[in-house]
Write a protein that binds this ligand. Structure first.
Ligand code: PRP
Length: 179
């Protein structure tokens, strides 16, 4: 375990096993709909989760990435600025947003609205982690890897000051690392 970590919450094996289950569930649901979704990963945190999840999809799926950020000072409105947009049109497509974590819910709310405005047929969310205690808007992810308490987590894509994203597991940092 990395020396800055207080504990490991989800090991590499646990994450892979959960991705296999999520992959099956997502494949069954979209197959039942007769649909091939476009997976949209939100940079940068979603990259390791996206990479693991797509291995377990039995679908003719495609993927792309977006990078968004909240407008400084207007976080409460949920407005987002697009840093990197999608390279393909989403008109009429079934979109599956891929997130590492849903916290206040503001990011997925804003991105979902944006995608509906751009003509997506449906927009669903798959997230590795969900922190329902922190929710500020009424948003739910259709597919959740693990629900967690309000702890500061890093690893498997998640950072503190851009560090720890490359760890192969999700862990909780020692308090002294961010206080
Ligand atoms: C994190 C995470 C989600 C968002 C969740 O992204 O990846 O996109 O915050 O928070 P919310 O539910 O309160 O909106 P961040 O802006 O830290 O960027 P990153 O993915 O590059 O780490």
């Amino acid at each position: 375990m990395n020396k800055d970590m207080k504990k490991i919450l989800f090991s590499e094996d646990q994450i892979r096993s959960r991705c296999i289950e999520l992959g099956r569930q997502i494949s069954d649901d979209y197959t039942a709909m007769g649909s091939s979704p476009l997976l949209v990963g939100l940079l940068r945190g979603s990259v390791p989760f996206m990479a693991e999840l797509i291995k377990h999809l039995d679908l003719d799926a495609q993927y792309d990435f977006m990078d968004v950020t909240s407008y400084a000072g207007t976080k409460s409105t949920g407005d987002i600025k697009i840093i990197k947009d999608l390279d393909t049109s989403i008109e009429g497509k079934d979109i599956l947003l891929v997130e590492d974590i849903v916290d206040t819910g503001r990011t997925i709310k804003a991105v979902k609205e944006l995608m509906h405005n751009k003509g997506a047929r449906s927009v669903k969310v798959v997230t590795l982690l969900d922190k329902p205690e922190r929710r500020e808007v009424e948003e739910v992810a259709e597919y959740v890897g693990f629900e967690i308490a309000n702890e500061f987590v890093v690893g498997f894509g998640m950072d503190f000051d851009q560090r720890y994203r490359c760890l192969p597991y999700v862990g909780v940092l020692k308090d002294e690392m961010y206080q």
